[in-house]
Design a binder for this molecule. Structure first.
Ligand code: 5AD
Length: 474
């Protein structure tokens, strides 16, 4: 999946607890939901993974609210507990099992329906019930529109229900989305993925690529503006592969412009772009619309052409650098970020050095870097995962150290410069407000709770590798 979303992009719910494969309860069939689930009045959702998952959970919440259910903050008080899972890397996939184990311990003897959503649900399917017998619902993202029906079946006494079909040609359309982020409205424009990058599990977990028609996207964008949002983030695994299935036949760049032109919109972001489809009309759209944010996330994965070929990425090092060159010619300095995998099958020291040199050449503002993790049913699963774990670790550290130095340099260069930020947080203990610039940089500055949701100008007064501190001006 392009665009793993670490920090603000990745919700890494750190979870304690052991990876547990609970044994069936004594004297019970492994179907604890049967007699006990009753009417599901309250729910709790926990989300792992990318922004797509975060937004999927917002849509699921909307469905549950429309069903008359009430959200609760503590799973102990929920009739229905849902885990929206991520399987991009082995570690991420394990989290849902450790969470289920911890949950089972805490709730022993209480009656609850437990469901697993998202990529691990899709990947494991019915096997989930063997591995975690306390689970009574398993549903992948391509089947979320069926959730109300599945819950009806649970309430009617069916012990186990699944939504695992992947043959959909439709996006999940709902007007009931319950958005959690008060400042930024996520909006899906394309679901699934047809790329088949050899390392990536997403095509198997999110199904085939399907684009939403432009009129539905624009109608939803108008709705969120009417609700008071001034910032929209368009989402898709390969966002720039979006094709308008409606007669309007807008290009992706046209769509960006049309969203940016809506009255009331101050910021439009989009993630994640694939280099293969990153055409210069996207840069032209950013140039022509000042509220299209000067920020692009363009996953590289590797700086070595032979590795890129084995990853089936569809571009060479040189072609990627041409895209960067296009971006660097934009009127505003566009902030760049990327994703890198180290230790992919057969990656030599020379290949890895190609990645280092590209990082140095491009000077990203941020990178998200990962050790290669072999995933089930991917094309690379058949290749030998031949780089030792320690070597992957060393390469990751080396890469991150290089990037740290780049960020120190780049952030130092911002000292004394002023940025418009949208204030997204306030830490009362420190008296610090947290704002985000159009370039997606987080700046902390002395402020108040009343600053939340406001656009303010902040001057940078100090800069570390990962953070900026400033003061309000003007
Ligand atoms: N191993 C390690 N990293 C991976 N990613 C995707 N699949 C894998 C894998 N099997 C990374 C890519 C992608 C980001 C979301 O996660 O860098 O862009």
């Amino acid at each position: 999946m392009p665009g793993g979303l670490l920090n603000e992009r990745m919700i890494t719910n750190e979870v304690c607890g052991t990876v547990a494969t609970p044994a069936p309860r004594e004297g019970h069939q492994p179907s604890p939901a049967v007699a006990t689930v009753g009417t599901l009045r309250t729910f709790y959702i926990e989300t792992f993974g990318c922004q797509m998952n975060v937004h999927d959970s917002e849509k699921v919440q909307g469905l549950l609210l429309a069903r008359g259910m009430t959200p609760v903050e503590d799973f102990m008080h929920a009739d229905l507990v849902l885990y929206n899972s991520c399987s991009i890397r082995e570690k991420a996939a394990q989290k849902v099992f450790s969470r289920l184990g911890a949950f089972r311990k805490a709730t022993r003897g209480t009656a609850k329906a437990i469901g697993v959503l998202g990529c691990v649900a899709q990947q494991e399917g019915e096997r989930f019930f063997e591995r975690a017998p306390q689970v009574s619902l398993v549903c992948g993202s391509a089947s979320y529109s069926r959730l109300p029906q599945l819950l009806d079946q649970l309430e009617a006494g069916k012990p186990r229900v699944t939504g695992l079909g992947l043959d959909t040609v439709e996006c999940f359309e709902t007007e009931m989305t319950r958005r959690d982020n008060p400042f930024r409205a996520y909006l899906t424009i394309i679901e699934g993925c047809d790329q088949r990058c050899s390392f990536c599990v997403v095509p198997m977990t999110r199904g085939p690529q399907r684009s939403r028609p432009s009129h539905k996207i624009l109608a939803e964008a108008r709705r969120v503006v009417d609700q008071g949002y001034t910032e929209i983030q368009l989402l898709g695994q390969i966002i720039n592969a979006w094709h308008d299935p409606s007669p309007a036949r807008l290009s992706f760049a046209d769509l960006l412009a049309r969203v940016a032109e809506l009255p009331g919109i101050r910021r439009v972001r989009f993630t994640t772009s694939h280099p293969r489809y990153f055409t210069s009309d996207i840069v032209q759209a950013i140039d022509a619309n000042s509220n299209l944010c000067d920020q692009v996330h363009l996953p590289l994965q590797s700086g070595s052409t032979p590795v890129l070929a084995r990853m089936l990425r569809g571009y060479t090092r040189e072609e990627y650098l041409e895209k960067i060159h296009d971006l660097r010619k934009a009127r505003r300095a566009i902030s760049l970020s990327t994703d890198i995998i180290v230790g992919f099958c057969g990656e030599t020291r020379e290949d890895f050095e190609q990645t280092l040199s590209l990082i140095e050449e491009v000077e990203y503002d941020q990178i998200f870097s990962f050790k290669y993790s072999s995933r089930p049913n991917t094309r690379a699963e058949g290749s030998e995962d031949d780089i030792a774990e320690e070597e992957k670790g060393r390469r990751l550290t080396e890469l991150q150290e290089l990037q740290r130095q780049i960020q120190v340099r780049r952030n130092q260069a911002l000292l004394g410069r002023s940025f418009e930020v949208l204030v997204e947080g306030y830490q009362a203990r420190l008296g610090q407000a947290v704002g985000r610039s159009t370039t997606n940089r987080v700046i902390n500055f002395p402020g108040s709770a009343g600053d939340m949701g406001r656009y303010l100008t902040v001057k940078v007064t100090s800069a570390g590798p990962n953070s900026l501190v400033g003061v309000r001006v003007g």
